[in-house]
Design a protein around this ligand. Structure first.
Ligand code: PEP
Ligand code: MN
Length: 287
């Protein structure tokens, strides 16, 4: 166990709100019936909302697989200006309809301060993507809402920078922050990013905020998503955000990394077994 004081090389002493103290050991908060930080979070759904049918069909499979939240992007920050950019407001409507139908809270990315009130009308959780982790104006705007914020790690961000971004949101008055490790840029090109699982274990010691993992953007490869999810559980995460599509082959974005409904179902079965196993390990460590 390392503490804030013994961890000089990570200059987190300047952080006031995100660090663990005597009175703040673990943040938990409810989104509908899910108690984040306590109940394991299974966020699943397509990269992008593509049509009403696509999100409805994907939501059905996510629900049947055992996911407890639905994701889908309506505003996409794509690398190429010629790629599908998302459906915008109508996408939010389709996503929210699917979420209501299957009684799953919805998580969707917000990319612009001008969209805060609109996206907040639909979303149960506001996602800040890797590309916006240090968009301080956006962090400040979401800090003024009462919506939980899922803050992804920037692809080039250190833990200290990431925690500082979370600190902005807490300082603005919003304590409901979830950190999401989604891989960082390294020299490796076989995988889309390099999944930094040590960040998960480290963050569980450094912050009281819940920490989840997105193995889909971290690896970019469908076949790596389940093994990395199980490894993330052992590392100590509080949940997973996994991309799945009713028919990944026809997906308009991130087709290579999206799971089928069956693959998600298998992942969740094995994830639950791994959580049980982790609990036995923790007991052994505490003894
Ligand atoms: C996403 O989850 O839709 C996404 C774009 O991920 P990231 O911001 O981690 O690249
Ligand atoms: Mn994606």
């Amino acid at each position: 166990m390392f503490t804030v004081d013994s961890n000089e090389e990570l200059n987190i002493k300047a952080l006031k709100l995100v660090t663990i103290t005597e009175n703040r050991k673990k943040t938990t908060f409810k989104v509908d019936s899910v108690e984040i930080g306590k109940d394991f979070l299974f966020i699943a759904g397509p990269c992008s909302v593509e049509s009403e049918e696509q999100i409805m069909e994907s939501a059905k499979l996510a629900f049947e697989a055992g996911a407890n939240m639905l994701r889908g992007g309506a505003y996409k920050l794509r690398t190429s200006p010629y790629s599908f950019q998302g459906l915008g407001k109508i996408g939010l409507e389709y996503l929210s309809k699917a979420g209501r139908f299957y009684k799953m809270p919805i998580v969707t990315e917000i990319i612009d301060t001008r969209d805060v009130s609109l996206v907040s009308e639909y979303a149960d959780i506001l996602q800040i993507g890797a590309r916006n982790m240090q968009n301080i104006t956006l962090l400040t705007e979401v800090s003024k809402t009462n919506k939980p914020v899922l803050l992804k790690r920037g692809m080039n961000a250190t833990l200290e920078e990431w925690l500082n971004s979370a600190e902005y949101i807490l300082k603005g008055g919003n304590n409901k922050v979830i950190l999401c490790e989604r891989g960082i840029r390294t020299f490796e090109t076989f995988t889309r990013n390099t999944l930094d699982l040590s960040s998960v274990t480290a963050l569980k010691e450094l912050t009281h905020l819940p920490v989840i993992v997105d193995p889909s953007h971290a690896t970019g490869r469908r076949e790596l998503v389940e093994p990395m999810s199980l490894a993330a559980i052992i590392a100590g995460c509080d949940g997973l955000e996994v991309e799945m599509h009713y028919n990944p082959k026809v997906a308009l974005s991130d087709a290579e990394q999206q799971l089928s409904g069956k693959q998600l179902k298998d992942l969740i079965i094995n994830a639950k077994k791994t959580i049980d196993f982790r609990n036995t390990l923790n007991l052994a460590l505490e003894e």
